[in-house]
Design a protein around this ligand. Structure first.
Ligand code: HEC
Ligand code: HEC
Length: 297
């Protein structure tokens, strides 16, 4: 059985791991979920590792993944809908392969959040996969977008342009080329970019810039953010956080058709994006027969 830290340790770790903006005394509401979190974690942490928990305490009835993942939803919101403040990301409905990869990333040090890493560390890879599938299968409505940072219409238009067209002068593909034309992600490994709070988007893009967040190598997102100057990154996140979700929020089933990705933008966590099969989905069927080529034929 894993050992879990005491509530005092949780507080210390939580404060230590929170970004500076979250420790500000002017935002006390951010601390509000914590009593709930401790309580739920202490009660339900053991149920996560149910195979052993059941063996040791046979009287305890653990009958569903919803119950086993109560330690997770204490932070990630009811059914993994996201926490109240843009800090605890949504899990519900994200592609299963993507969620599974993230759990591995936390367990293996490519992403950092101590409290969560401790919970997932002792779990088997197969069990991480089961939890990922459970959250991926939950179909829940998304909240209305709320980004209200100050930004000019011109900067927003720049953000939209980068998201939907990329920037040929920087050899940067459109975000849609990997995240799907509707930006709801692509099965099984690419997350959607809509319905994410501005703070979360900025935190993730910033974490890739500083190397705090990494994906399996080759890490295409690290390469993507390297090609976008900071003001343009803000324009991108500000535009994304303002977009309503399409009626169908499910991730696309297949990689969108388009020109082959440049060699340096292969994604270790989503090899299907640059596989020869991806090229065969391009509108021109001759694409599949030819070797990958930069730009349109
Ligand atoms: C103490 C709070 C807390 C608990 C408990 C917790 N998480 Fe998290 N989780 C977070 C935070 C905060 C992040 C985002 C960290 C970051 O900024 O990279 C996160 C990120 C994630 C992500 C990546 C989401 C994405 O879209 O990239 C997944 C998947 C995840 N958690 C699953 C779980 C599961 C499954 C459990 C239960 C075993 C769990 N979490 C328990 C706080 C928590
Ligand atoms: C070459 C393909 C590719 C391109 C182009 C790309 N992405 Fe990604 N992106 C990915 C993959 C793959 C992941 C999942 C990485 C992982 O497994 O951690 C990802 C993850 C992300 C995440 C993390 C989402 C979350 O829930 O934590 C954000 C944010 C993101 N991308 C933003 C963007 C933006 C903005 C653009 C355009 C400027 C972009 N991406 C262009 C492939 C791409």
């Amino acid at each position: 059985m894993p050992t879990f830290p005491s509530p005092q340790n949780f507080t210390l770790l939580a404060r230590f791991r929170r970004p500076a903006r979250d420790t500000s005394p002017t935002t006390p509401q951010r601390l509000r979920p914590w009593p709930v979190v401790w309580a739920a974690l202490l009660v339900s942490a053991s149920s996560l590792v149910s195979p052993w928990a059941v063996a040791q305490t046979p009287k305890r009835v653990i009958d569903s993944m919803a119950e086993r993942t109560r330690a997770c939803t204490a932070c990630h919101g009811d059914q993994g809908r996201a926490g109240p403040d843009g800090y605890y990301p949504r899990l519900a409905g994200k592609p299963a392969g993507y969620l599974h990869n993230q759990l591995r990333n936390f367990a293996q040090g490519r992403r950092h959040y101590e409290l969560m890493a401790r919970l997932v560390d002792p779990l088997s890879d197969a069990y991480l996969g089961e939890m990922a599938q459970y959250f991926a299968d939950l179909k829940l409505p998304y909240p209305v977008p709320t980004a209200n940072n100050t930004i000019t219409a011109e900067r927003l238009a720049r953000g939209q342009q980068l998201v939907t067209q990329g920037d040929a002068t920087r050899n940067l593909p459109a975000c849609t080329q990997c995240h799907g034309v509707r930006l709801t992600g692509v099965q099984p490994n690419v997350p959607g970019l809509l319905g994410l709070p501005l703070d979360y988007l900025n935190a993730q893009l910033g974490a890739w810039q500083t190397g705090q967040r990494r994906a399996h190598t080759p890490d295409c997102m690290a390469e993507v953010v390297k090609r976008i100057p900071a003001p343009d990154l803000i324009a991108v996140s500000s535009w994304l956080a303002r977009q309503p979700l399409p009626a169908d929020t499910r991730p696309a089933e297949r990689v969108p058709p388009g020109p082959a990705l440049p060699e340096e933008l292969r994604c270790g966590s989503a090899p299907e994006l640059s596989s020869p099969i991806a090229a065969s989905w391009a509108p021109n069927p001759q694409h599949a027969a030819k070797p990958a080529k930069k730009g349109p034929p």
